[in-house]
Design a protein around this ligand. Structure first.
Ligand code: ZN
Length: 151
């Protein structure tokens, strides 16, 4: 595993500002629950995301997942930190689906949950998603299947 440098106060501040700005762009006409997210990539860029709702509710995308998709299409698959902004007190944590998606790329990702009032909670994805299902299990299952089919 690569040695990770800790996230500086300045980086957390920039991420928080990007997530606050992203929350303002949320498309949330149904829930009115505006969420912003921002990912710090290994390359040092900040990629924002916001929730995008749909009249067919199940199609709604969360801010964290739009940030991940945006980062990936920009060529970034390694993340150092994530900030999620909600207007709740205490700040809300990522939903189960987003925990799984963030875990895919960065199991140890530090995550800060903040609100515009300045409340902040900090944790990591592997704390939010213990005993997770991940690519290791999938690869092991495929390998076992391959081995069982050897003549
Ligand atoms: Zn989510």
């Amino acid at each position: 595993m690569k040695k990770r440098e800790s996230i500086s106060d300045e980086e957390w501040q920039e991420l928080t500002e990007a997530a606050l700005e992203a929350a303002k762009k949320a498309y949330a006409p149904y829930s009115k629950f505006q969420v912003g997210a921002a990912l710090l990539t290994e390359a040092g860029t900040i990629v924002p995301g916001c929730n995008v709702e749909n009249a067919s509710y199940g199609l709604t995308l969360c801010a964290e997942r739009t940030a991940v998709a945006s980062a990936v299409v920009q060529g970034n698959q390694e993340f150092r930190a994530c900030v999620v902004v909600t207007h709740t007190s205490p700040p809300s944590s990522p939903c189960g689906m987003c925990r799984q998606v963030l875990h895919e790329f960065a199991p140890h990702l530090p995550v800060r949950m903040v609100n515009p009032q300045g409340e902040m909670l900090q944790t990591r994805i592997d704390t939010l998603l213990p005993q997770s299902f991940d690519k290791k299990q999938l690869f092991n299952a495929l390998k076992a299947d391959e081995e069982s089919q050897q003549p």
